[in-house]
Write a protein that binds this ligand. Structure first.
Ligand code: FDA
Length: 321
């Protein structure tokens, strides 16, 4: 089953995640289904703040993502910026931390206009700068998500420009890309905050490892470089093989528990998140919210056969009612 899932179902689900018609139809459903709720706590700022409060009570940090990607219209990019500014205003007074910023937002540059035909890169940079300025005012952080490999050069260039004025900015690297070991070397040298994830898109073998074991090996090589560097590594993975490798790597690099953090997605391995936080580690949870949950949700279904089965069973139960 795992082989069929990886070779056939996963690419099909990821292709569906980018189908505009399906997305529009699905997003019209309110986020009430238990299955979507497991990964996306709600559609509004109030609902996300409720989840943030629960996470903060258990000493976890948070990165909030206002859901949306691939905007094709400059007004939609502007609306995304406004949504982030409203969110950051709502975080004002809750974001203060001692060294580490306990609250941050994650942004997708494609939601800020990166793919627009005219001046997309400049528009995304200006929009991201506006978000970073407000984050700085309220004491929150910002991390730039990684998307499709065709945007990687542009995303890393925009992140580099932003880091000049906002040295605390986080950048996501995807270990499944062949290029990422070199990107890790570069960012580890300049002391950047790097969130290392495996990567969630369906990338061709010409640019990415496709075999799960090879992706994990690449992840561990990349993490070693980040740990040995001068930046702040953010270990974004639920994989026990990765999590178990972290303490020895940190020790060898002379890093204490405050010198890196674990990161996981909302709704995934909650017990493990709590265990790591209870042991005194920095643990940050990525919490998405908003009405445009379709692409994010489909990527979670594509990660694990059990999630797809759970979803299909819930759908069958609803239609049987
Ligand atoms: P892997 O998929 O191998 O899973 C290992 C184990 O973790 C599984 O056996 C299971 O126990 C558990 N698990 C993993 N996924 C699960 C799920 N969906 N449901 C239930 N259990 C699950 N990607 C990207 O391309 N760009 C980005 O910007 C980001 N940002 C990001 C931020 C954060 C904080 C995290 C944690 C992840 C991302 N990702 C991402 C997603 C990432 O690339 C990857 O797709 C997922 O984290 C799954 O990979 P794992 O490393 O968890 O391992």
């Amino acid at each position: 089953m795992a082989g069929v899932f990886a070779s056939t179902l996963r690419p099909a689900i990821l292709a569906a995640s980018r189908t505009k018609g399906l997305r529009r139809a699905a997003e019209r459903l309110p986020v009430t289904s238990n299955v979507v709720h497991r990964f996306v706590p709600g559609e509004t700022i109030d609902s996300v703040l409720d989840s943030v409060a629960v996470l903060r009570d258990s000493r976890r940090y948070v990165s909030i993502d206002y859901l949306g990607e691939d905007v094709t219209d400059v007004d939609d990019a502007t609306a995304t910026v406004q949504a982030y500014l409203a969110l950051l205003d709502a975080l004002d007074g809750r974001a203060a931390g001692d060294g580490v910023r306990p609250l941050e937002v994650s942004v997708k540059l494609s939601a800020l206009g990166q793919a627009l035909d005219r001046d997309g890169k400049k528009i995304a940079l200006d929009n991201a700068r506006t978000v970073c300025e407000r984050a700085q005012q309220v004491g929150a952080g910002v991390t730039v998500d990684a998307e499709d490999h065709r945007s990687t050069d542009s995303t890393l260039s925009i992140s580099g420009d932003l880091r000049v004025d906002f040295p605390w900015l986080g950048t996501v690297l995807q270990a499944y890309l062949h290029r990422t070991l070199d990107d890790c070397r570069e960012l580890a040298t300049v002391g950047a905050r790097v969130r290392l994830c495996k990567g969630a898109y369906d990338e061709p073998a010409s640019v990415a490892y496709r075999d799960p074991a090879e992706v994990t090996d690449s992840y561990l090589r990349c993490l070693q470089v980040l740990m040995a560097g001068s930046g702040y590594p953010m270990v974004a993975s639920h994989d026990p093989q990765v999590i178990d490798a972290v303490p020895a790597m940190a020790r060898e690099s002379g890093r204490g528990v405050g010198d890196f953090e674990y990161q996981m997605l909302y709704g995934i391995r909650d017990d493990e998140q709590r265990r790591l936080a209870d042991a005194g580690n920095h643990v940050r949870v990525y919490v998405p919210y908003g009405t445009q949950w379709y692409g994010y949700f489909m990527r979670r279904l594509a990660e694990r056969p059990a999630n797809l089965t759970f979803f299909l069973r819930a759908l069958a139960e609803r239609s049987g009612r």
